[in-house]
Design a protein around this ligand. Structure first.
Ligand SMILES: [Zn+2]
Length: 144
């Protein structure tokens, strides 16, 4: 198994699916589901150009809180769905921030719900900040 050309991790997709399984089966894990999906999809260039910035801002705004139901529906509509994940993987060229990625799904700790939430938050924040450094200051503060 080679290393992922997007994030540099071996078999990152299997780890992602393992995370999703835990998200859906355990509320303690599921509290950061929006971050797991957002970070993974951002790091694998699954968003159209116009959407990436909005997702980066969403992740940074929701690091410490679970989105309400309206926002959750919006996320599902825009970003969620493992089918789409698998299908787009081979299409999109790698999206590498100028500074490189400072974290990846390899840093996610699945041993306990607490460790998972902490490590997912750190990963998602790192990915969002890596990408936001590439954006202009004016764009960085824009709202969706
Ligand atoms: Zn990857």
């Amino acid at each position: 198994m080679g290393l992922c050309r997007h994030c540099g991790v071996g078999d990152c997709e299997a780890k992602f699916h393992e995370c999703l399984d835990r998200d859906f089966s355990d509320r303690g894990f599921g509290a950061v589901h929006h971050l797991t999906v957002g970070a993974y999809m951002l790091q694998h260039n699954r968003y159209a150009d116009g959407h990436e910035r909005g997702v980066v801002e969403f992740v940074l705004r929701h690091l410490d809180r679970t989105p309400d139901e309206r926002i959750k529906r919006e996320i599902r509509r825009r970003v969620d769905g493992t089918q789409r994940v698998a299908r787009r993987d081979r299409d999109a060229p790698p999206r590498r921030p100028r500074s490189g990625w400072s974290s990846s799904i390899a840093d996610v700790d699945l041993t306990t719900a607490d460790a998972y939430r902490t490590s997912v938050r750190a990963w998602a924040e790192a990915v969002a900040r890596d990408l936001s450094r590439d954006q202009s200051p004016a764009l960085r503060t824009a709202t969706e």
